[in-house]
Design a protein around this ligand. Structure first.
Ligand code: BGC
Length: 371
């Protein structure tokens, strides 16, 4: 079958003829890949900055954001049928019996760092005509989400972050779960840094969850990204028009910063601005850059005196996947037009090179594998 292989030693990217997988245990499911999404991590792997093939292989099959259709189900599998749409999760447990997180099925919190991630580290990804996985690593999605289901995985980043935010908010009695459900909790203000797919999906999740959402990014206010933010009820601010410090002054203290840029300079400048009881969430992975100067004493002082929480979050567990499926269905109903902007193009698999080099622009590009 056709698959896209990254060869780290030869520094090459090519469509390869990879052996088609078959079900080897009764707990497994086989699916044909319908689509994969292109993200920043894939581009880094394609540029050989990241990515590790499975042991013994000289290439890694790329891509971890996928939508598939079940074609075969192992005898012991329950809850999946041929024809079901599925989204695979990305991370696989480290297998160390001492790792409580992996043993609990929460490899997104793995303690050993010896996990594998499909399409990223140590396990083949989903740019392949067929794939096999354990049923427990697949999430079934409704047929109505066929056109947007490939966004489930990138959406889980924001969902995992938000699930943690609600837990953190429990420290504030007036904003805790009960108050939120009763509608008596004060409206929270969120600032999203960056209007790439992770930032925009983050803005949508925050808007859906009742936040007053502000997005700060490089593009013009009149850009499609700015419009998308307004379409979901948020406010878009362009870095072309104002410095983040001026913006902060204008909008007032925010309760939550959701960083989705991977830019350490901007992030730490905003960290210096945080007000009382604020939560700062980092989701971006910066490339290795020159060190930056920062006022560590002020940051530390404010962290303590103002009860700040700094949260780094990566990957996602089943709860975030289920929240993403639910929210996608709701976004589709409320803001169907946003997907026309968010999904900037669907391309045949032969066009992988331009999509991964960044030559083809857009917000979220999708590669069609099977139909
Ligand atoms: C993926 C995550 C993964 C992370 C680090 C992201 O692009 O969405 O699933 O854990 O990269 O490899």
């Amino acid at each position: 079958m056709k698959a896209l292989g990254v060869f780290p030693n030869e520094k090459k990217l090519a469509i390869v003829d990879h052996p088609a997988p078959s079900i080897e245990a009764p707990t497994q499911v086989k699916f044909k890949t319908l689509e994969v999404g292109v993200c920043g991590t894939d581009k880094e792997i394609a540029h050989h900055l990241h990515g590790v093939p499975p042991e013994g292989d000289d290439y890694l099959i790329l891509h971890h954001e996928a939508l598939g259709e079940v074609t075969e189900v192992g005898d012991a599998v329950e809850g999946f049928e041929v024809g079901d749409l599925v989204v695979p999760t990305v991370r696989r447990p480290c297998g160390d019996p001492e790792c409580t997180a992996c043993a609990e099925g929460r490899q997104d919190f793995c303690f050993t760092g010896k996990f594998t991630e499909r399409g990223i580290v140590g396990a083949h990804g989903f740019f392949a005509e067929e794939c096999v996985d354990e049923a427990r690593f697949l999430v079934k999605i409704p047929k109505e989400l066929r056109d947007v289901g490939v966004l489930v995985e990138p959406l889980t980043i924001a969902e995992k972050a938000l699930l943690q935010v609600w837990d953190i908010q429990e420290r504030l009695p007036w904003a805790a779960k009960r108050a939120r459900e009763a509608g008596t909790a004060p409206k929270l203000k969120a600032l999203v840094l960056g209007a790439g797919p992770i930032g925009l999906l983050g803005a949508m999740v925050l808007a859906e969850n009742g936040f007053d959402v502000h997005v700060y990014s490089l593009e013009d206010v009149d850009s499609p990204r700015g419009k998308l933010v307004r379409d979901v009820g948020g406010t878009y601010h362009s870095a072309k028009d104002e410095d983040v410090k001026a913006l902060w002054k204008k909008i007032g203290d925010v309760d939550l910063v959701y960083e989705a840029t991977g830019a350490s300079g901007l992030s730490f400048r905003v960290l210096e601005l945080l007000g009382h009881n604020a939560i700062f969430i980092f989701t971006g992975v910066p490339g290795r850059k020159e060190p930056i100067e920062l006022d560590a004493a002020t940051i530390m002082r404010n962290l303590v005196l103002e009860n700040h929480v700094l949260l780094g979050t990566v990957n996602a567990g089943p709860d975030a996947f289920h929240a993403a499926v639910k929210d996608l269905a709701s976004f589709k109903e409320k803001w169907p037009q946003t997907f026309e902007t968010l999904i900037s193009g669907r391309y045949p698999m032969e066009e992988y090179a331009g999509l991964l080099s960044g030559e083809v622009g857009g917000i979220k590009n999708i590669i069609t594998i099977g139909g």
